[in-house]
Design a protein around this ligand. Structure first.
Ligand code: M7G
Length: 325
């Protein structure tokens, strides 16, 4: 873990925390045979052929591209990573500067840092399905108010017919992938889970901390399936997840947002642990979920849940067909 220059005070300890080194991924494609153990990969993207740009976000400095790699459909996401305080000295000393404008006391430069400080986080989904391509395409959004009945008659059949594969989650749970990235595991088949850095986090700074806990139980699709029977599981994730993050990253519980998405993209129950910088769209706070289930064991079977769907989402079409949107 890069030292962000911050020192947080541990909640449950007298001494000041020192974040322990984060387990870094060796490279984005560590399971592919073209990567060596040191993290260098053969450039699998050298033959990437761009078909279309799906979305550009200047604010997030990210571009989503649809294309092909060796005739296989692929989605590539390029993202400029956040600036890190601990690199500043090297940036100032070792960069090349080109001045583009000067006016009185104001100057603008193009700064070219050394290559290793100029990395672009690159996510590759290959082979990608049409559904992946759609996920990243900019689209108009619509609001849906899903009742418990809507869930059973419209949403559940949709999920069962065409949700994303969760094989990658099973690979994590079975240690067939990302085993070296696991931050914490409770192996209990009922209340246990695996906590590890999310794909969205490069682990280089704590400002955008993002870990995800995947439950060992395989029959819980989402928030909708939760009843008071799952309270021991949820309380366990909340407690041990926060404790692990406090221990590993020195991030106190009051700095971590813990929540479930509804609708999620992947229907195997998982809980997001993020820094407060992340937005709240689709988020249901785990503490609220626990309190709601304590008050009403069937709360999530009965309540109406409101969320947005993209114009091209087949689930929206189903709500339209059912006259519910
Ligand atoms: P979600 O709420 O189902 O979907 O969360 P979202 O992507 O619409 O938020 C699933 C989470 O799993 C997301 O935060 C993804 O970034 C993360 N994720 C997806 N994949 C395919 C992987 C993976 O292979 N490994 C890890 N560690 N995280 C992943």
């Amino acid at each position: 873990m890069a030292d962000t220059g911050k020192r947080e005070v541990c909640e449950d300890a007298d001494e000041t925390c020192k974040p322990t080194a984060a387990k870094r991924p060796k490279c984005g494609a560590e399971n592919q045979p073209d990567c060596d153990g040191g993290g260098e990969c053969a450039n699998v993207l050298s033959g990437f052929k761009v078909k279309s740009v799906l979305r550009v976000s200047t604010r997030d400095k990210t571009i989503f591209i649809h294309g092909t790699v060796e005739d296989q459909e692929a989605v590539v996401i390029l993202e400029k990573t956040p600036m890190r305080q601990d690199n500043l000295a090297e940036i100032f000393q070792k960069s090349r500067l080109k001045r583009t404008t000067k006016n009185d006391i104001y100057s603008i430069y193009q700064l070219q840092p050394p290559a290793h400080l100029n990395e672009i986080k690159t996510t590759v989904i290959c082979p990608a399905t049409q559904k992946h391509v759609k996920k990243y395409l900019s689209q108009e959004m619509f609001l849906v108010e899903e009742t418990g009945e809507d869930y059973l008659s419209t949403t559940l059949p949709y999920i069962e017919s065409q949700s994303f594969s969760v094989q990658w989650v099973y690979n994590i749970l079975e240690k067939k992938a990302e085993a070296d990235r696991i931050v914490f595991e409770d192996p209990d088949p009922d209340t246990g889970f695996v906590l590890l850095p999310d794909f969205k986090w490069d682990q280089k700074q704590l400002d955008d901390l993002y870990l995800t806990a995947f439950v060992h139980q395989r029959n819980i699709k989402s928030l909708r399936d939760l009843t008071s029977d799952h309270l021991p599981l949820l309380r366990n994730i909340s407690k041990k997840g926060k404790e692990s993050i406090q221990k590993q990253y020195c991030m106190p519980a009051c700095k971590v947002r813990v929540y479930l998405h509804y609708q999620p993209s992947y229907y195997h129950l998982h809980v997001h642990f993020t820094s407060l910088n992340y937005g709240l769209e689709r988020a249901h706070l785990l503490t609220d979920v626990i309190m709601n289930l304590e008050a009403d064991p069937q709360y999530y079977q009965n309540r109406t849940i409101t969320y947005t769907l993209r114009a091209d989402d087949n689930l929206l079409l189903r709500f339209r067909d059912a006259g519910r949107c």
